[in-house]
Each structure stands twice: as C-alpha cells, then as structure tokens.
Design a protein around this ligand. Structure first.
Ligand SMILES: NC(=O)c1ccc[n+]([C@@H]2O[C@H](COP(=O)([O-])OP(=O)(O)OC[C@H]3O[C@@H](n4cnc5c(N)ncnc54)[C@H](OP(=O)(O)O)[C@@H]3O)[C@@H](O)[C@H]2O)c1
Length: 267
C-alpha cells in the first residue's frame, strides 16, 4: 500500500484523549485535518470539554468513556466505536511509573500491563480486521523510546513499550501489501501530565532539550500515520539517541540510563 492516508471527514478513534499527546492529536485532527475524532479515556468530563472545543473547528466528535485496563470496557469501546464507524485508530492511552521497581505496588504493575500491553493488543486485534473488512485504514500505536533499551527505575513501563514496538512492527510486516497500515510512534520525553505526575519533570522539565513540546510531537505523530511509516521517532536529538541505544551494547546503555535516572529519583 503506497497511498497516503486522507483524513478529511474521516472518523479517527484516539485513546487517551483526555490529556497530553492524545488530546493534542485530537485537536490537530479536527483543526488541521478536518477529521472527526472519537475521544476515548476514563475522564468523561475532560472528553466532553474537548469535544465542545472540537465542534468549534467544525468537527463532529464522539465520546466514549472507558477504562482500557478492563476487558469489559475494551469490548464496549469496540462495540460503540464500530456502531459509529471508524476509519483510523490511534492507540495512545498509557500509564507509567518512575522509581524503584521493587517499590511498585501490584496495582501499579497491573495497571501498566493491562493498559499499555493488553489494551493495545486486544483493541488492535479487533480494529485491524474491522478496517480490513471496511476496505482500508490505519492504526497507530504510541510506544516510546523507552522501548529501545532496558529502563532501570521504569522497568515495567520500559518493558511494556518494548512489547508495543515489537508487536506493532511485527503486525505491520504481517499486513504488508494490505490496505491497513500500522505505525509505531516512539517519542522521547514530552511535556505532559505523565512527566509531571511521575516526577520525571523534576529532571526533565518543559524546555529541556530532550523534552518535546506536545504540539510538534502530535504533528509528527499524525504525519507519520498519514505517510504510513512503520516506525517513527520524532526530533533530531531523539533520532540520534535512538540510533545509539540500538547500536550500543545493552549493558552500557542500561547503565547509562540507570546513572541518569538515579539522580532524578524522589528523595
Ligand atoms: N510524556 C512522555 O514523556 C512520553 C514519552 C514517550 C511516550 N509517551 C507515551 O505517550 C502516550 C500518551 O502519554 P502522555 O504523555 O500524553 O500522558 P498523559 O498526559 O498522562 O495522558 C495519558 C492518557 O492516557 C489515558 N489513560 C490512562 N490510563 C487509561 C485507562 N486505563 N483507560 C483509558 N485511558 C487511560 C489518560 O486518560 P484518563 O486518565 O482520563 O483515563 C490520558 O488521556 C502514552 O502511551 C505514553 O506512554 C509519553
């Protein structure tokens, strides 16, 4: 498949649309691409406020309040979305944890695995056949540069993103020549709620050279999906860092991450 994705008038499901990258992608989809975002997250009030803003751009947005860590909500999300009709799917919702891995509660670990791994696999397993049946479309999985090497002090999160990248690239290859593309988007740090609530913004605040603003990051993400790229790392510095992470000895990169992150741990 070579044709670029056209989003005008199309319905694009965006998970994690209540904040950060998902919210900004939804905004740009409506404002710049004249698409109709279908907004998914747990905080319905935020989704409804965003839907109101998007109507101002002439879009017809939809809202599905769902907890994507719960299998029943994944079922309902798919059923409600396909009842409306979906042309492209952005699986962006995710949670993280920053700190000593052994101090992470069972609930924290379960939330990361259920949301970042199960949610992404189970929704893509449903939406890809659905889009194929409809004659075409696109799926984007928001992974992270954290998936390129082991992540001391973000071990479960890093593992979940390594999974998403590996899964997405494998799925993309299986779909080669078909009318549905799969894009794996791997940003580095982004100035969002996630960096604030995890405590990472203490070391990597907004404006730091390794932290992208959310607007350009969302623009790169949508551009990668439209161009049907298999893998996309936004930003020159991130591209260099991703190259070295993949080319250097794993032991060395893991030690460098540990040394860097140790200095940012909450006291
Ligand atoms: N920030 C970074 O530095 C960074 C770097 C690389 C990759 N990423 C990835 O980018 C994606 C977006 O992150 P962000 O930085 O925009 O974080 P964010 O501002 O914290 O947004 C996360 C979004 O995911 C939703 N979400 C979390 N758990 C959910 C659940 N169980 N069910 C449904 N929705 C859920 C949240 O909505 P509700 O709370 O309303 O449910 C929220 O809309 C994530 O996959 C993240 O791993 C982020």
């Amino acid at each position: 498949m070579t044709a670029k994705l056209s989003l005008q008038g199309k319905t694009v499901l965006v998970t994690g649309a209540s904040s950060g990258l998902g919210l900004e992608m939804a905004r740009q989809l409506a404002r710049d691409h004249h698409a109709n975002p279908l907004l998914v997250a747990r905080r319905k009030d935020r989704l409804e406020a965003l839907a109101e803003e998007l109507r101002g751009f002439g879009a017809t947005p939809g809202v599905i309040a769902a907890d994507l860590s719960k299998p029943a909500d994944l079922d309902r999300c798919f059923a409600e979305a396909t009842a409306i009709g979906v042309d492209a799917v952005i699986l962006n919702a995710g949670v993280t944890y920053f700190g000593h891995t052994l101090a992470q509660t069972t609930a924290d670990v379960a939330a990361i695995v259920a949301t970042n791994v199960n949610g992404v696999v189970l929704l893509s397993q449903r939406f890809v056949p659905y889009l194929l049946e409809r004659g075409g479309g696109a799926v984007m999985l928001v992974s992270s540069m954290a998936g390129f090497q082991p992540m001391p002090f973000q071990a479960v999160y890093g593992g979940s993103k390594a999974f998403v990248t590996s899964y997405g690239l494998a799925l993309s290859e299986e779909l080669r020549g078909k009318e549905v593309s799969v894009t794996v988007f791997c940003p580095g740090g982004i100035a969002t709620e996630m960096t604030d609530t995890s405590g990472l913004s203490a070391k990597y605040p907004k404006g730091h050279p390794m932290v992208m603003d959310v607007e350009p990051c969302a623009k790169r993400a949508l551009g990668a999906m439209i161009a049907r790229h298999r893998l996309s790392v936004p930003g020159g510095l991130n591209k260099v860092a991703a190259f070295f992470a993949q080319m250097s000895p794993t032991r060395l990169v893991t030690r460098l991450v540990a040394n860097d992150y140790r200095g940012a741990l909450p006291r």
